[in-house]
Design a binder for this molecule. Sequence first.
Ligand SMILES: [Zn+2]
Length: 297
Amino acid sequence: MIFKTTLFTILLFTTSLNASGLFTKDKMPEGTKVWSAKDINKLCNQNFSKMIDPLTKKQRKRVCRYAKTLDKCKSVNGKPIIHFNRRGFSKTGKRILALSLIHGDELSSGTVSAKWIERLHKLRPRSKWRVIPVANPDGWLKKSRLNANKVDINRNFPSKDWDRLALKWWETKKKKNPRRYPGPSAASEPETRCLMAQINDFKPDFIISIHTPLGVLDFDGPRVVPPKNLPLPWRSLGNYPGSLGRYMWKDKKIPVLTIELQGSHGVEELEKFDRLQDLSGTVAIRAHKILKKKARN
Ligand SMILES: [Zn+2]
């Protein structure tokens, strides 16, 4: 009897919660929410209208219907991390994964991604592309380099030397600078695990990571002849324990081109970055040729 009464009370309670809308889909906390295609489209529109030099309504309408997400791709605060695919049209083309705003305060990097996505749908690109415009949505909302757990995602990848070096480097070389905190353990952050899931799912031949403000093209990969007329100087800045460059190039031999845009203001001369997109594709093809030759020898 007691059991029956309890069950009845629970049922009544649940029904009243549903009736009041407390547990309906829209009211669920973001971390547990099931995101529909409509939600993702809406989020895409919000993201691309908030960028510096945002996409127009017409451009957003054209690209946002292609917005997708992977199940694992949610930020600490439960925001989905969206991506866009575009097929390649040439046999020589490669699989290129481009991402930006892994550092949420590097605002113009997101603009370049957004314009690239829009451009890819107007062209017949050689390579197959996947673009992740906002890799750190919580950081971006707060204009912070770090994620909501105050971790630098670009020091949190599980490179082979993470356990041995990541925290040690941070403590000694970076004097515990909070902006470079690699996290409590390798791949502790959902944003890092999302990017790992993306790499696993898309299987890129080449990765482009867009940052600001150093104004260089920093390449972790085999020795390639850089294309002529690059809009930024070609330099090698090196990589760090837990960085994408170290994790993907040093450990897995997938080249990473880090585009460091100049300055932290708006993106001027966007056509220069259109050219950079094409030239990055050329670097991907050249790097792949060298790696294939090396693998044969
Ligand atoms: Zn950065």
